[in-house]
Ligand binder design. Structure first.
Ligand code: BEZ
Length: 328
């Protein structure tokens, strides 16, 4: 068959438009979700990750960042990861521990004294073993980040030698944490980070477990009679990908995402000791009611919690061993 002379030119132009609209070969538009607001370190790190992914792939791969639970709460994000509707997320331990109690060992009280040791513990054997368990939940683990050491805020004063018994305290929705506060005689009230401000300001809760960064960024100190710098637990972050989506990526893209997310997670771990120190100083300078607090504020909850959870999740014993070796 013979075509008029202009047909090949037209075909070439159509092909060029089609290629341009489809983007470069192997183009990937990825999404990452997290519950933290824009000023939080996890969100900043996600933005840095997005920039590096775009730069290193010459714009072929793009990462859109969805902070503040814009894609839903963590239960919903986990479902999206499992179906492949979401590519990546920075998750707290809450929903993971609800599916496999072993994850909850990471929030054991007084495992380590500070953020430096917390970072080391998350680089250890037990944390690595937990990361392997993410596969059973439809996730691919890409490394641990963390937030600052957990502290306690109370809206009403605490008498000298007093405990948290009788207070309605915000927690994460995992059994280990709620059990700890119940043993301390408090009423644990699970609330996700994005709902916390209204609940505290409206008096729905009269205390919370959080960190120095979250306290300062939300001005929770203004609603608190006391900011107890208890540093009683670590707060791991799981950097994860959807296992379903992971299988669709090329070898090269998997290696790139693994490297860049791993580096960002390591940066987060290395940064938190400084973040805790900075916010502690900011709060002190602003005249926040900061006070040191030891395990006594929890009554005898620490001891009885360990007795119960060593039996329910024996992996905790391994983690305790590792933690002890870090702080001789
Ligand atoms: C929280 O729910 O307390 C929290 C969540 C993510 C990062 C830091 C704190």
């Amino acid at each position: 068959m013979r075509f008029p002379k202009w047909v090949p030119g037209l075909l070439a132009a159509v092909t060029l438009v089609a290629v341009t609209l489809a983007g470069p070969a192997g183009a990937q538009d990825l999404r990452i979700g997290m519950v933290t607001p824009p000023p939080h370190q996890w969100t900043r790190s996600a933005n840095a990750l997005a920039e590096r992914i775009s730069a290193e792939t010459g714009g072929r791969m793009k990462l859109a960042v969805f902070p503040s639970g814009q894609l839903g709460n963590e239960a919903q994000m986990l479902q999206q990861l499992q179906t492949g509707a979401l590519d990546l997320a920075f998750l707290t331990v809450g929903e993971l521990a609800n599916r496999d109690a072993d994850f909850g060992i990471l929030i054991a009280p007084y495992l380590v004294p500070d953020a430096e040791s917390a970072a080391k513990l998350l680089e250890g054997r037990t944390a690595a073993a937990l990361q392997e368990k993410l596969g059973a939940l439809g996730l691919k683990g890409l490394g641990y980040g963390m937030a600052g050491m957990r502290i306690v805020l109370l809206s009403k004063p605490l008498a000298e030698g007093g405990t948290v018994a009788g207070r309605k305290i915000r927690t994460l929705p995992l059994a280990q944490e709620m059990d700890f506060w119940t043993r301390a005689g408090a009423a644990p009230t699970p609330l996700p980070l994005p709902e916390l401000f209204d609940a505290y300001a409206n008096g729905q809760i009269d205390g919370m477990q959080i960190d120095l960064e979250g306290t300062w960024n939300n001005r929770f100190q203004d609603y608190s009679a006391v900011v107890l710098d208890s540093r009683h637990a670590i707060f791991p972050m799981f950097a994860v990908a959807s296992a379903r989506k992971w299988r669709t990526f090329s070898e090269e893209d998997r290696a790139l995402i693994t490297r860049l997310v791993g580096e960002e997670a390591a940066h987060i771990r290395a940064t938190y000791p400084g973040i805790d120190a900075d916010y502690r100083a900011k709060l002190a300078e602003a005249g926040a009611p900061l006070a040191e607090a030891g395990p006594d504020i929890f009554g005898d909850a620490v001891e009885s919690w360990y007795e119960a959870w060593r039996e329910k999740t024996p992996l905790l014993i391994e983690l305790e061993r590792e933690a002890k070796a870090l702080t001789p």
